[in-house]
Design a protein around this ligand. Structure first.
Ligand SMILES: [Zn+2]
Length: 452
């Protein structure tokens, strides 16, 4: 009973002390109907802007057209021919990883983690991200708090815990930590739902079912080595085809799908052959495997900036983790060019986690992608194609009243009003403070710099 007020106090303090940022209760009391007048619309797909107006009623877009009239009580936003586009979608974030896993495990308590995650969620919304797929970590409760209007943040499609094999990429134990299943000694990360360690098809099935029971929208499985875990070399393949298939079947029985963390060729192929729909990272795949991804229609979340950014830039101290990242940098050089060549379905994805100073890197993903793709290609990755990937969660998708990633009749009113034309220069979204003038989510305005 005593925990709830403390939660509230922690959240209040964090939100009250962050100057210049909106609190949920500060969101403007938007009337139920808003007319964006005189906009040029990027609808999420087309490479041409359409001039017109957009009428929002409640949480949805009621109409898009050339000559929309305002009814009594409709509030009118005169947009001066600026570009209106869908709110951004990031398909790979970890809001509960407010620091590196080892730091959280050793030094943090759950309430502090929750408060920090809430703070990051608000900042993410104010960067223009109205929807995120949280692809590992206990964020079901955070989604609940945001959806319930307790604090501002993006829509969250949470994966709940990482499902990992013993000594897999989600096994964040120190060398001498006991095994949670073999000894019954659950670490903080096991206990609080960051990770389920599961070996063998039966345990994997149970872990997936438990994650779904706890509210996972889609399932995240670790299929190979990764940078931030200490005892799984990058070249490793994790899980057998039988174990991977067990995860896919358990997810599909629940109407949803599996996303995997996978770096190597073998890990990616094994996962896709087992029925995995979303591949995360994949810096070491060969050209042939990239072609295979395209043929199978799998989605690729390349987390390009982190894959191509040097460890020094991210402030990683020298050591095993930095060495691993340097290896990823080298491997990922051709990834985007091959993905483009074969038409792989790419989705905007940043892998944002860790210290608060790293989180704003999220918007710089636009700078990296713009070096390889045209503006409209990048914009689709962060809107319509991302929404298509999220839709694979079927009836587990928490936001089914409207379309996401689109400015069309019946879509959610998740909208950005942008200074400049992102179809000419998509990098302007990286400077979100300057260039994203208005942010609406679910029909509610969270930022409006037009008035100044
Ligand atoms: Zn990740």
């Amino acid at each position: 009973m005593r925990q709830l007020p403390l939660h509230a106090v922690a959240l209040f303090l964090l939100t009250a002390l962050a100057p210049g940022l909106v609190r949920a209760e500060d969101a403007e009391p938007t009337p139920s109907s808003v007319l964006f007048k005189n906009v040029r619309i990027f609808d999420g797909v087309s490479e041409r802007l359409t001039a017109g107006s957009v009428l929002v009623e409640g949480k949805l877009i009621k109409a898009v057209g050339e000559h929309l009239e305002a009814q009594d009580g409709t509030s009118i936003i005169e947009c001066g021919g600026r570009v209106l586009m869908p709110g951004l979608i990031d398909a790979h974030v970890h809001l509960a990883l407010v620091r590196r896993p080892g730091e959280i495990r050793n030094d943090y308590d759950w309430m502090y983690v929750g408060a920090l995650a809430g703070d990051q969620a608000r900042r993410m919304l104010l960067r223009g991200f109205t929807t995120v797929r949280d692809i590992g970590g206990p964020t079901v409760g955070l989604a609940r708090a945001i959806d319930g209007g307790l604090l501002p943040g993006p829509r969250i499609l949470s994966s709940g815990p990482f499902i990992t094999q013993t000594s897999g990429h989600g096994d964040f134990r120190n060398y001498n930590d006991p095994h949670p299943v073999m000894t019954g000694n659950l670490s903080f990360l096991d206990r609080e739902g960051w990770v389920y360690i599961a070996d063998g098809a039966d345990e994997v099935t149970r872990a997936v079912r438990e994650a779904l029971r706890r509210g996972a929208v889609q399932i995240k499985v670790m299929a190979g080595g990764g940078v931030s875990s200490p005892y799984d070399p990058l070249d490793t393949v994790q899980y057998t085809p039988e174990e991977m298939r067990a995860a896919v079947v358990a997810a599909e029985n629940w109407g949803t799908y599996v996303a995997v963390h996978a770096y190597t060729d073998r890990a990616v192929r094994m996962a896709v052959e087992a029925g995995v729909k979303s591949i995360e990272h994949a810096p070491f795949v060969t050209e042939a495997t990239m072609k295979f991804l395209a043929e199978r229609g799998a989605y690729l979340c390349p987390t390009a900036r982190i894959s191509l950014t040097s460890p020094n830039y991210l402030g990683l101290p020298p050591g095993a983790t930095a060495d691993k990242l340097a290896e990823v940098n080298a491997g990922a050089r051709n990834q985007l060019a091959w993905a483009k060549k074969y038409g792989v379905k790419l989705v905007f994805s940043t892998d944002q986690f860790g210290a608060p100073e790293i989180f704003p890197e999220q918007s710089k993903e636009f700078l990296t992608l713009a070096e390889h793709f045209s503006p409209v290609e990048v914009l689709r990755m962060a809107t319509s194609t991302a929404a298509e990937l999220l839709a694979l969660s079927g009836l587990r998708h928490p936001y089914r009243e409207g379309t996401l990633g689109a400015v069309t009749k019946g879509a959610y009113a998740d909208l950005l009003l942008v200074e400049g034309n992102p179809l000419e220069d998509v990098t302007l979204l990286a400077d979100y403070e300057e260039n994203i003038l208005l942010i609406m989510k679910d029909g509610k305005v969270y930022k409006n710099a037009l008035k100044d």
